[in-house]
Design a protein around this ligand. Structure first.
Ligand SMILES: [Zn+2]
Length: 257
């Protein structure tokens, strides 16, 4: 499988050979430009597609014939919206994983506790979720991720081992920080696009046509009306004999340290 290290090695070897050959033959500079663009597009693909496993091993689904799926919600906790999601989950007796942003926890401690006490899992989604998150170096990443875990641990007494990268972007620095913290990096194979598609029915259709055994579904508990989408998806799952299981059960990993 192509990853950051092998890509870098392959292209470095290619450029060394090209430079060597350029002493004997005429090699047009556009070949260097083309190979550099090719290299950058692979790097871009690896960074922006969380399930590519390019920088770090990412769990985005599970290989199984059993009709099981796991639900995940990013970017909370948010007053009222997260609660509405909790109510729907409760109605269907379904469990989910909430990837929380560390800086959203102060003031929402009761809500975070409520998520935990209802039997859902809480994962780390960074402390800052900053737009410049991808530019952080390993030390800054470590600090951010550790702060996220501290905020969560202060409230529920447990430190998450499941981490979801903000915007699903992975970089070499993030990979190093995650390895150091023993995090399991969790992606998804069904992105609801609930933050961009305004029509709720379209979101539901998009999700249910992609459902297959072992899927990890991505929603956001920050989106107004996401509980309506969730309700329709849960009805579909029930009618099609799918079981919603907890992420730790689906991927057979420990959720907390
Ligand atoms: Zn996010």
């Amino acid at each position: 499988m192509l990853n950051h290290r092998t890509t870098l090695l392959l292209f470095t070897a290619l450029w060394i050979v090209m430079i060597g050959l350029s002493f004997i033959y005429t090699i047009h500079s556009y070949w260097f430009v083309i190979s550099m663009l090719f290299f950058l597009s692979i790097e871009f693909y690896g960074a922006y597609f969380v399930d590519s496993g390019f920088h770090i091993n990412t769990i985005s689904s599970v290989n199984t014939n059993e009709k099981v799926v796991a639900l995940t919600f990013d970017d909370g906790p948010v007053q009222q919206r997260t609660e509405k999601v909790l109510d729907v989950l409760d109605k269907f007796n379904a469990k989910a994983t909430f990837f929380c942003i560390g800086n959203r926890i102060t003031g929402n401690e009761i809500l975070l506790k409520k998520i935990d006490e209802a039997g859902h899992l809480i994962g780390n989604h960074s402390y800052s979720h900053s737009n410049l998150f991808d530019l952080k170096n390993t030390k800054q990443m470590l600090k951010d991720l550790q702060s996220g875990n501290e905020e969560i641990k202060k409230v529920i007494g447990k430190a998450p081992l499941f981490f979801r990268p903000p915007f699903g972007v992975t970089t070499p620095s993030l990979a190093k920080a995650c390895r150091r913290l023993n995090f399991d990096v969790i992606g998804w194979n069904i992105r609801s696009l609930d933050t961009t598609i305004k029509n709720k029915q379209k979101v539901v259709e998009r999700v249910i046509k992609r459902i297959k055994p072992g899927s990890i579904l991505l929603f956001h508990d920050t989106v107004d009306g996401v509980e309506l989408v969730l309700e329709d998806v849960l009805i579909y799952l029930k009618n099609n004999n799918y079981k919603v299981v907890e992420l730790d059960q689906l991927i057979q990993k420990k959720a907390y340290a």
